[in-house]
Design a protein around this ligand. Structure first.
Ligand SMILES: *Cc1c(COP(=O)(O)O)cnc(C)c1O
Length: 427
């Protein structure tokens, strides 16, 4: 496979852009080699700058639940662009997307649009702190909530100690986070017993999608909900990935646990930069201009982005979710069978069209078990899959996403390639 044009462009990009990319994981640093420059996409396919075609399992890291260049999304965007790209004033597409979100997610009575998932999580935490007049918060190891300072920490030693910054440039006092292992109800009980009265919030990915895919075990989200309520802390579900992806009501719709604040992004922007946070009217009332918690944005609720999001979620009916489930189950079964017949141990964690592939025999239920999976097998697997025309995320700690455009034929070709790659990986 010739990727010399991508390699040439990457060398040029590295002269003018940090690391040659606009976001770190795109750099292929985990899997090695140089990133592919993508020239265009259509349906489930993308083409690189050398003209190679791939079935895309990154889907822009989650937003493209309908695949690339869905006709209705493109038409909605072009129609909106012709009316003007931005006004800094209320518009109808924004009202319609807000209505759609509030009717799909019962815990969200009022919503505020922002421009990214990072902004949504950052603002949700500020709101929880404003509402409770408390500073500390709980988060979970391996969950990602964007790159705002308070979330860029890792657990210090011992449960009750404050976390340490995990990025240069983040002052220790910016954090106030306590980090617990995912799916550990005992650690939850202990943390709330010791520090519950100091906590403004607990923030969690209700299905974790940033340490590979890790499902909440039965009872974990319910216990977290109960403890937050008992201790007067708000429960924030970061549904930036799961919102409209795992069900019309997100993960909270699937598991029946109601958070106080929900963060959205990715799918609700239909491929444009959008985020949102929302919750009960009584909580959201604290956000400016109604209340004292300040938060604003020049391009927030941008009509072109709103139109793309609205067109996207308008197509997510029962049939769309059935298709996503069918193609994703087919991929899961095919991968597991292929690995079995090659004698390679894999674990696949899946909720709907979020698929996590871990090498190794062990169950993956939190960050430490995810890290303990034999991820050193991944770079070679990734390379073989690329050469066979399947574009997987360039890290085993990212989610494999499917779209409604992924056909059985696309999935079967990928499964066949995976079968060969598993056999080759044993060589
Ligand atoms: C992607 C992601 C974010 C950050 O969203 P950006 O739009 O990249 O800022 C936050 N939370 C979760 C769970 C995410 O997956």
């Amino acid at each position: 496979m010739d990727t010399s044009e991508s390699a040439r462009l990457f060398r040029e990009a590295s002269r003018v852009m940090v690391g040659g990319v606009s976001s770190p994981v795109r750099s292929f640093s985990f899997v090695g080699g140089t990133p592919l420059f993508i020239a265009r996409g259509e349906g489930a396919n993308i083409w690189d700058a050398d003209g190679n075609r791939y079935v895309d399992y990154v889907c822009s890291w989650g937003p493209l639940i309908l695949g690339h260049c869905d006709r209705e999304v493109v038409d909605a965007v072009i129609g909106e662009v012709r009316r003007g790209t931005s006004f800094g004033a209320p518009t109808v597409p924004e009202l319609e997307l807000a209505r759609r979100i509030c009717s799909s997610i019962p815990s969200v009575e009022r919503v505020r649009f922002v421009n990214s998932g990072t902004e949504a999580a950052m603002s949700a935490l500020r709101l929880a702190r404003g509402y409770t007049s408390r500073a500390k918060f709980l988060k979970f190891d391996g969950c990602y909530h964007g790159h705002a300072d308070p979330f860029l920490t890792r657990a210090g030693s011992g449960l009750a100690t404050q976390d340490l910054p995990s990025s240069a440039g983040v002052p220790a006092e910016a954090s106030a986070a306590l980090t617990l292992p995912y799916n550990d109800e005992g650690a939850l009980e202990e943390a709330f017993r010791d520090r519950g009265s100091e906590l403004a919030a607990a923030i969690v990915e209700p299905v974790a999608g940033n340490m590979g895919v890790v499902l909440p075990e039965p009872g974990f989200l319910e216990r977290l909900r109960k403890l937050c309520t008992e201790h007067g802390a708000l429960l924030i579900f970061d549904e930036v990935i799961t919102g409209f992806r795992v069900s019309p009501g997100g993960a909270q719709g699937l598991y029946g646990v109601r958070p106080d604040i929900t963060c959205l992004g990715k799918v609700i922007g239909g491929g444009f930069p959008v985020g949102a946070y929302g919750g009960r009217a009584e909580v959201m009332r604290l956000v400016s201009p109604e209340g004292p918690v300040y938060q604003a944005g020049t391009l927030s609720g941008n009509p072109v982005a709103m139109a793309a999001g609205l067109a996207t979620i308008s197509k997510l009916d029962g049939a769309a979710y059935r298709r996503l489930e069918g193609a994703s189950a087919r991929l899961e079964e095919g991968i597991v069978e292929g690995a079995d017949s090659a004698g390679v141990d894999v674990t696949v964690n899946r909720v709907g069209s979020m698929v996590g592939l871990f090498f190794g025999p062990g169950k993956v239920r939190d960050y430490s078990t995810a890290k303990a999976s034999s991820h050193r097998a991944y770079p070679r697997f990734h390379k073989m899959m690329l050469e066979a025309g399947a574009y997987l995320p360039p890290s085993p700690f990212e989610t494999i996403f499917l779209s409604t455009a992924h056909s059985d034929e696309d999935v079967d070709a990928t499964v066949a390639a995976a079968g060969r790659a598993f056999k080759g990986a044993g060589d």
